[in-house]
Design a protein around this ligand. Structure first.
Ligand code: NAD
Length: 293
């Protein structure tokens, strides 16, 4: 069955995800603070809305794909938010990378209004957003998940049911603090090798069969950092946000975020140098420039 779907947050990830919902034959109402991003979706067949509330009023299911927890909270529960427009029985699919507590708080509020929230943050890259092959980390009430499944299938081809409300976001934050700190560790070690006079090719050849090998090194970095591309991709400001959320959660839980803090410091240095909107590949270039390699 075709559904009336809403989409809020048409950025690097959200725009191609929204296009894939349109391609799935659903009708789509969209909102973003950036009018150019809205225009591109309208040209593809979506209807522009003036607020998240309007998106809610036009939809049975609303997807949010926004940068940070406060943006998600504001768009759903704030003034002129989705919750003011959505009818009873409506479901929000929250797909941004946010902390599980914010996710659970928003979900509890929506359930009191007879609505629901399914969390389904996404893994892999913007290329997978384009091809509809994202990894979906799903949390929420089983009935609500079943109802939104056809929409999720437009965007991803790998679904993991992580548990109740917020558990998808718990999975995603856990994934990203590890993926991001591994990336930071790679840049530091590779810069060391380069400065000693080794080539990237030599390091790749040798480390392919050692415990140092990881998929940031084998797959992600060769496509971006190693070929001089720091267009986002995955922006440094978003990577820093994920590690910061993980560190905050670790501290609450009683884990000392030693590695997380070190990763965050490297990302913050890049933000302070004006590179927050560039891809995380920029960390590698910064070290190379500094070392003259
Ligand atoms: P982005 O910055 O490219 O896009 C965010 C969009 O939201 C922009 O178009 C912006 O104008 C819009 N926006 C911001 N605040 C808004 C508001 N209050 N109301 C309406 N629109 C608003 O970010 P992205 O790369 O698409 O990432 C979105 C989320 O997905 C983030 O939480 C990110 O961490 C996560 N994520 C990103 C990747 C990636 O590779 N880029 C992968 C997985 C998950």
């Amino acid at each position: 069955r075709m559904a009336n779907v809403g989409f809020i947050g048409l950025g690097v990830m959200g725009a191609p995800m929204a296009l894939n919902i349109l391609k799935g034959g659903h009708s789509l109402s969209v909102f973003d603070l950036n009018p150019d991003a809205v225009q591109r979706l309208v040209e593809a067949g979506a209807t522009a809305c003036a607020s998240p509330k309007e998106v809610g009023a036009a939809s049975e299911i609303v997807v949010t794909m926004l940068p940070e927890p406060q943006h998600v909270h504001g768009a759903i529960l704030g003034k002129d938010g989705v919750a003011e427009g959505l009818r009873e029985g409506g479901i929000v699919i929250e797909m941004s990378t946010i902390d599980p507590q914010t996710s659970q708080t928003i979900g509890d509020d929506l359930r009191k209004r007879g609505m629901n929230l399914v969390d389904s943050p996404v893994g892999k890259t913007s290329e997978h957003a384009v091809t509809g092959t994202l990894t979906l980390m799903i949390g929420g009430e089983p009935d609500a998940i079943t109802k939104v499944e056809p929409i999720l299938d437009c965007m991803g081809n790998e679904k993991y049911y992580c548990g109740g409300p917020g558990m998808g976001h718990a999975m995603k934050i856990t994934n990203n603090v590890l993926a991001t700190t591994i990336m930071v560790a790679n840049t530091e070690a590779l810069a060391l090798g380069l400065k000693c006079g080794l080539t990237l090719e030599m390091m790749q050849q040798v480390m392919r069969n050692t415990m140092a090998w990881n998929s940031q090194f084998s797959t992600a970095m060769p496509k971006k950092g190693f070929v001089g591309d720091d267009s986002p991709g995955f922006a440094i400001r978003l990577a820093a946000k994920d590690v910061r959320l993980a560190c905050e959660l670790e501290e609450k839980i009683g884990i000392e975020p030693r590695i997380g803090r070190a990763g965050l410091a490297a990302l913050q240095a890049a933000i302070d140098a004006g590179y927050g909107d560039r891809d995380t590949a920029r960390l590698m270039f910064m070290l190379e420039e500094k070392l003259g390699v």
